[in-house]
Design a binder for this molecule. Structure first.
Ligand SMILES: Cc1cc2nc3c(=O)[nH]c(=O)nc-3n(C[C@H](O)[C@H](O)[C@H](O)COP(=O)(O)OP(=O)(O)OC[C@H]3O[C@@H](n4cnc5c(N)ncnc54)[C@H](O)[C@@H]3O)c2cc1C
Length: 407
């Protein structure tokens, strides 16, 4: 038997982008239905790291106290170069399993008036003329659901198929894959420290060890897709260990706590159109995860907030045409574009282990460069300040004085 819902805004996908958008819309008194293909709470393959910008945004919507209780606090990040030199960055970070974080956001949205229906896979859009006015999906037992809406927010992560169905897909292939599992790693005693190892065989990406508390670490690494956009190699931990003697040493006494899983990543602010009439594309679906770093939770949250504001305005004006939605991409670009470009440049330079060694040793030896690296990670500066041609020259010549001025 089919069932139908009617609302102001349909949010498809309950990751950080969809959850944040639903929360902000509901708090404005706008009717919201959120659907997700997975029954919640659900796992999401992720490093589970919340950098300071993510924590700031979550704090700004009132989740500070609950994160204080449920997230694991991390006080520093140790970056290790291919040649073994290290740079330690102090800061206020955290980790929280995505199973918990995403459920937390959607619960908060529901407390504010949103309706959440999980286990619904959206298959196709509903159109009225040019405008998207809802979607059709199916639940786990094959029953179909239709949600009629005045506006749709597509926050479906790296799932290219659904972007194609809504006519906004520009690039089907992901830009990278992330692979992770949970391990006990006795070799890493410090539960308050994230460890990031740049190793010759993983560059420009890295292997991460993020503490989750209780001796468990989220261990993972990034890889490029093969020519057809698939995973190019065996994703078992043995392949990780074979590729890097240094990682092998760290993992020698480890025990595996979960299966190893991989997920595609869409980065670089590309791969989909940001809007069509009655529709905005959010978060990783829009390629908002950062290249090089693979961090995407903060950007997903930001896009959720901006989308809620733009959709709310369009609904109030009764105009959901593409021209009424231009502020969405404009605002996202002004917040994020230069940071994406900076990380793209960093990714290009870090293909060379010589550059990775140079940057990490210089950051360890220069308080000015160390401070700028912290600002980049906190989202205050673009990585372009270091990874542009003039920035690299300054790095070579140790001329860090000019890094003091914002770029
Ligand atoms: C291995 C790995 C490690 C990472 N580590 C970090 C990290 O430590 N920190 C960080 O900030 N970022 C990290 N990222 C990136 C981060 O996971 C993403 O940027 C983030 O999840 C994007 O959020 P989102 O809301 O856009 O999409 P998602 O979190 O992917 O949420 C999309 C939701 O849409 C649902 N959905 C998809 N298709 C449909 C459909 N057809 N119908 C209904 N629902 C649908 C999915 O079930 C999902 O719940 C990592 C990524 C990977 C792969």
């Amino acid at each position: 038997m089919a069932w139908d819902l009617r609302t102001d805004v349909l949010v498809v996908g309950a990751g950080p982008a969809g959850g944040m958008a639903a929360l902000e819309l509901a708090r404005r008194g706008i009717g919201v239905v959120v659907v997700d293909r997975s029954p919640f709470p659900r796992e999401k393959v992720c490093g589970d790291a919340l950098l300071e910008d993510s924590l700031e945004i979550l704090g700004a919507v009132g989740l500070e106290a609950v994160l204080e209780r449920r997230a694991h606090r991390v006080d520093r990040v140790r970056f290790s170069a291919p040649d073994g030199r290290e740079f330690l960055l102090e800061g206020g970070f955290a980790t929280l399993r995505r199973r918990e974080l995403d459920a937390l956001l959607v619960e908060e949205a529901c407390r504010s008036g949103a309706q959440f229906v999980d286990g619904i896979r959206v298959k196709e859009p509903l159109f009225q003329g040019e405008a998207c006015v809802g979607a059709k999906g199916v639940d786990g037992s094959g029953r179909s659901l239709t949600v009629a809406a005045k506006f749709v927010l597509l926050a479906t992560g790296a799932n290219a198929r659904v972007l194609g169905a809504f006519g906004v897909l520009q690039e089907k292939r992901p830009t990278a894959y992330g692979i992770r599992g949970y391990f006990r790693v006795p070799e890493l005693g410090d539960d308050r420290e994230m460890f990031i190892a740049y190793d010759r065989s993983f560059l420009p990406f890295y292997v991460w060890f993020f503490p989750m508390g209780g001796g468990v670490f989220n261990v993972g690494w990034g890889i490029r897709p093969d020519g057809r956009g698939g995973i190019p190699e065996d994703k078992c931990p043995a392949s990780l260990i074979r590729r890097s003697p240094r990682v092998a040493r760290i993992m020698a006494g480890s025990s595996q706590e979960s299966s190893i899983r991989a997920a595609p990543i869409r980065t670089g602010f590309r791969g989909a159109r940001s809007c069509s009439a009655g529709l905005l594309v959010l978060g990783e679906a829009l390629g908002l995860t950062f290249p090089f770093l693979g961090e995407g939770i903060s950007n997903a949250l930001i896009s959720g907030r901006v989308a809620a504001r733009v959709a709310g305005r369009a609904l109030a004006a009764g105009d959901v045409s593409v021209s009424s939605l231009f502020a969405y991409e404009r605002d996202l670009r002004s917040l994020l574009y230069s940071r994406h470009q900076g990380y793209l440049a960093a990714e290009r330079w870090f293909r060379s282990s010589w550059v990775a060694n140079l940057f990490i040793s210089r950051a360890a030896g220069s308080p000015a460069l160390g401070r700028v690296t912290g600002e980049i990670l906190r989202g205050r500066r673009s990585a372009g300040v270091v990874f542009s041609l003039p920035g690299m020259l300054r790095l070579l010549l140790r001329r860090y004085g000019r890094l003091g001025s914002r770029q």
